[in-house]
Design a binder for this molecule. Structure first.
Ligand code: THU
Length: 148
């Protein structure tokens, strides 16, 4: 299995832990670190809806908590609507929201690399490959705040 196939599989597994009782939309994300390690996240919703956390942000924050923010090289994202039994369905690729693109940009600039972003559905073979610089062109990041 390639690193990218492992990442999609890890994101699909992570999506099973989505806490999404309000939108019923389960999202899983898996970030690949430079040494091949994988860190995952799932969305965490809140009764105060606007406080909900996206799967990508949870995965990036978890990598950061391990001291690995600058080591992120790629991320896979999958999502789909849950049925009454809580199982998610959907083959359409899920792309990161605008806020998550900005969160990913911090890791990218810190590590001095563009990120590979693979987007899939919760099931199916339809997978899109993007670069962060294409999804978030002309970005604002740590370099704008002066030398670190
Ligand atoms: N969501 C993510 O986890 N990532 C995204 O990039 C887009 C949206 C979550 C937030 C919310 O829990 C649900 O999907 C519906 O918006």
């Amino acid at each position: 299995m390639t690193d990218q196939d492992r990442l999609i599989a890890a994101a699909r597994s992570a999506a099973k832990n989505a806490y999404a009782p309000y939108s019923r939309f389960a999202v899983g994300a898996a970030v690949l670190l430079a040494d091949g390690a994988i860190v995952t996240g799932a969305n965490v919703e809140n009764a105060s809806y606007g406080l909900s956390l996206c799967a990508e942000t949870v995965a990036v924050a978890t990598a950061s908590a391990q001291g690995r923010l600058a080591d992120i090289v790629a991320i896979s994202i999958v999502g789909g609507l849950m049925d009454a039994d809580g199982a998610a369905h959907g083959t359409d690729p899920i792309r990161p929201c605008g806020r998550c693109r900005q969160v990913l940009n911090e890791a990218a600039q810190l590590g001095g690399r563009d990120l590979d972003i693979r987007c899939g559905g919760i099931t199916g073979d339809q997978v899109e490959e993007h670069r962060l610089s294409d999804l978030l062109p002309h970005s604002f990041g740590p370099a704008n705040l002066g030398p670190s």
